[in-house]
Write a protein that binds this ligand. Structure first.
Ligand SMILES: Cc1cc2nc3c(=O)[nH]c(=O)nc-3n(C[C@H](O)[C@H](O)[C@H](O)COP(=O)(O)OP(=O)(O)OC[C@H]3O[C@@H](n4cnc5c(N)ncnc54)[C@H](O)[C@@H]3O)c2cc1C
Ligand SMILES: NC(=O)c1ccc[n+]([C@@H]2O[C@H](COP(=O)([O-])OP(=O)(O)OC[C@H]3O[C@@H](n4cnc5c(N)ncnc54)[C@H](OP(=O)(O)O)[C@@H]3O)[C@@H](O)[C@H]2O)c1
Ligand SMILES: Cc1cc2nc3c(=O)[nH]c(=O)nc-3n(C[C@H](O)[C@H](O)[C@H](O)COP(=O)(O)O)c2cc1C
Length: 617
């Protein structure tokens, strides 16, 4: 491949000549105008990328190679390895962005999910970028558990000569904010790696910090960026990683077609089935993906907060360079319920609240999390009053209102143009107030037929049906965890899959909480679902859960696994998923007549080979 003329190219970057001074014989006036129009809004990086791209096109034209052939991901000392650990897809998308940016800069790069990356490869790495989220209570995502464990174990050797940087994804409303990213960062350093660029800990609004990290980390790893840009293969547009048209920044306004309470009369729960029209959108999804909903805060909560702070809802504030009212900003753009440590820190300073400072400084950080549990911003404001705060100052304390994810409960093949979700309305009492979950009650209480719901799709490649439709599947989905399995069963019926399917469902009471009961019965009758076992937890004297049903059917369950079945779990992360995991190990140990250690390895192997996938929250 011919390289662009280095000297001329470097000069072009340093001081691009005015286009009008280009020789008239090369481009017509119209072409120059069009080019001017195209490049005028571009950033320096984009100009560099276009420079490389055009040179590549010219070279390809000369040599007759096809346009837009995939760039070879050559591995040499200069190349960068991007390893990501992601549960619900954010980290995977950012890692793909890293790759795209690296290629645009002409850097050699390869990308691997943590579960596809052999830990032994680490000792050969010279330039490594890690993107990883934190799950559970400060735990790695499922795909990152093994690498995390390896790095923290005895087998991890010295990593002298490694230059690395870590992007940690998390949510500051969790006690162990970005813990997994911090773990990786600290461990790579302890093993002799050199931190080439500081770790960035991202909160829920991660787009900007992630973009800055990508820039900084790539610049740091391309030791001599100019040389790397000039000598590396010519950058090409990244295909197959097309940014979806609709995202949390540009949601699609779906029209609600139905909003039905699935919970029977007398149930203590309220689980809603929503059908949204996605007709005419470019949204694309597969069973296992989730939909992101951009909710609005409850008007009463906004009003109460403004009242307590003696702020005028109609006063103007600036939002992304535009003017709007404070009331609108608080209703649609800012998080005004969930408390996070950074918010409490800023609030304590502003309100000069010693009690809050003490909590923040307490040696035992669980004191702070104990205090925060069940409290919201309104509690801070009433318990530690703040006088004379301005609108802009208030907004500077707050995070952007994060979207909420819901498993897509329908298959687009079975329901073209429609997207269904199953939503448990979160309502509880705490500290003398009645509280409503922001998004779940936005959907439950404020969305009627014909209303618009801003949505986008979150692809989750870690929760997917087997590619071979003949493969048996076992699905464990108590409560709203059953939602994606409705999509799985619909999909398999729509494509005429021959594989057997087995659903474990659980909820509180048979009479009021059997979600989609009739549909399951129909699917069993039609053969779309081979088998179903249910566990109603509050219909007996003792709690009876899905894992008890699994244990009661242990022999068959193990036989299905031995036949190659894929095993899926969806729903509550805190207790259910952990207990189901333990039950699975126990079943394998008993039925496979092996010690628990081997059964644990068997289950780990299932995870490694993506035959055991979880989508838990
Ligand atoms: C990949 C994924 C898929 C999901 N799929 C679904 C789905 O299909 N269906 C579904 O219903 N949900 C699903 N969820 C959960 C969903 O995204 C929301 O988290 C859920 O609806 C609550 O959001 P909210 O805005 O209503 O509540 P929020 O306003 O976020 O409030 C929830 C918070 O309130 C507090 N809280 C709740 N109960 C109590 C209590 N009793 N005492 C004290 N504090 C309490 C907790 O801090 C909790 O985190 C999914 C989540 C993920 C990540
Ligand atoms: N505040 C509310 O009123 C309210 C009500 C429902 C759900 N929620 C929230 O809404 C979300 C979704 O609720 P959901 O409908 O999916 O689920 P859920 O109501 O929390 O649970 C569904 C079923 O799982 C059972 N379960 C509890 N612990 C389990 C364990 N360790 N192993 C296996 N099964 C277990 C429950 O039994 P038991 O409940 O009998 O133990 C219930 O039968 C959750 O985040 C939940 O916290 C809030
Ligand atoms: C069940 C669950 C548990 C989580 N636990 C934590 C946590 O302990 N600490 C944290 O900082 N973030 C936590 N998060 C937030 C995620 O790290 C965050 O949403 C991240 O952007 C997810 O990235 P991913 O899609 O690449 O997995 C949790 C999210 C979920 C759904």
């Amino acid at each position: 491949m011919r390289r662009p003329d280095s000297a001329a190219f470097a000069q072009a970057l340093a001081a691009p000549p005015a286009l009008s001074s280009q020789p008239a014989s090369l481009l017509s006036d119209e072409q120059l105008d069009a080019l001017d129009h195209l490049i005028e809004p571009l950033s320096p990086d984009q100009l560099i990328w276009i420079g490389g791209y055009l040179a590549g096109l010219a070279s390809a034209h000369r040599t007759g190679t096809p346009r837009l052939a995939p760039a070879p991901a050559e591995r040499d000392d200069q190349s960068i390895t991007v390893v990501y650990g992601s549960q619900s897809g954010n980290g995977a998308r950012i890692a793909a962005d890293v790759k795209a940016h690296a290629e645009a800069k002409g850097l050699g790069v390869r990308i691997k999910s943590m579960d596809e990356y052999r830990p032994s490869e680490l000792r050969n790495e010279k330039r490594l970028l890690i993107v990883v989220s934190t799950q559970g209570e400060g735990e790695p995502p499922d795909t990152g558990k093994e690498l995390h464990e390896f790095l923290h174990g005895r087998k991890a050797g010295k990593l002298d000569g490694l230059r690395y940087s870590v992007l940690a994804l998390g949510d500051s409303s969790y006690e162990h904010f970005c813990k997994t990213g911090r773990d990786f960062d600290a461990r790579l350093e302890a093993l002799g790696g050199e931190r080439a660029h500081p770790r960035v800990d991202c909160d829920v609004d991660y787009d900007d910090p992630a973009a800055q990290w990508i820039e900084g980390a790539l610049a740091a790893l391309a030791t001599t960026p100019a040389t790397a840009v000039l000598q590396a293969p010519v950058a090409r547009p990244v295909r197959g990683n097309v940014t979806p048209l609709h995202s949390k920044r540009n949601p699609f306004l779906a029209t609600a077609l139905a909003n039905i309470n699935l919970s029977g009369h007398g149930s203590a729960k309220e689980v809603r089935h929503l059908e949204l029209s996605v007709e005419g959108s470019a949204l694309s999804y597969e069973p296992g993906d989730s939909v992101g909903v951009l909710p609005a805060n409850e008007p009463e909560v906004v009003a109460e907060l403004l009242d307590a702070l003696e702020l005028d809802p109609v006063q103007n504030v600036e939002l992304g360079g535009e003017s709007t009212t404070l009331g609108f900003a608080l209703a649609h753009k800012y998080e005004i319920t969930t408390l996070t440590r950074p918010l409490v820190e800023k609030y304590a300073a502003l309100a000069d609240a010693q009690a809050l400072r003490d909590l923040l400084a307490a040696e035992n950080s669980s004191d702070l999390w104990q205090y925060l549990r069940g409290r919201q911003l309104i509690d801070l404001v009433t318990e530690h009053p703040l006088r004379g705060i301005g609108a802009a100052q208030l907004l500077s304390l707050l995070r952007k209102l994060p979207p909420r994810l819901y498993s897509i409960a329908s298959s687009h093949r079975a329901n073209p143009g429609e997207l269904h979700v199953t939503v448990a309305a979160v309502r509880y009492e705490s500290h003398g107030r009645s509280r409503h979950g922001v998004a779940s009650t936005f959907l439950a209480d404020r969305i009627a037929e014909g209303d618009a719901v801003p949505i986008y799709v979150e692809t989750n490649r870690n929760f997917k049906l087997p590619s071979d439709p003949a493969t048996p599947i076992i699905m464990v989905g108590p409560g709203t965890g059953v939602a994606p399995f409705r999509a799985f069963v619909q999909e398999r019926e729509a494509i005429g899959a021959s594989g057997r399917s087995w659903l474990f469902f659980g909820d509180r009471h048979f009479t009021t909480d059997f979600l989609y009961q009739r549909e399951w019965q129909q699917s069993l009758k039609d053969g779309a679902l081979t088998r179903m076992d249910v566990a109603f937890s509050r219909d007996r004297a003792h709690k009876f859960y899905v894992q008890h049903r699994m244990q009661a059917q242990a022999r068959d369950l193990y036989a299905w696994l031995q036949d190659g079945a894929h095993f899926y779990v969806c729903g509550d992360a805190e207790r259910m998923a952990r207990d189901v995991h333990q039950a699975l190990i126990q079943i394998v140990a008993e039925q496979g007549e092996m010690p628990v250690e081997r059964a644990t390895e068997y289950v780990q192997d299932l995870q490694r080979s993506r035959r055991y996938q979880r989508d838990v929250y």
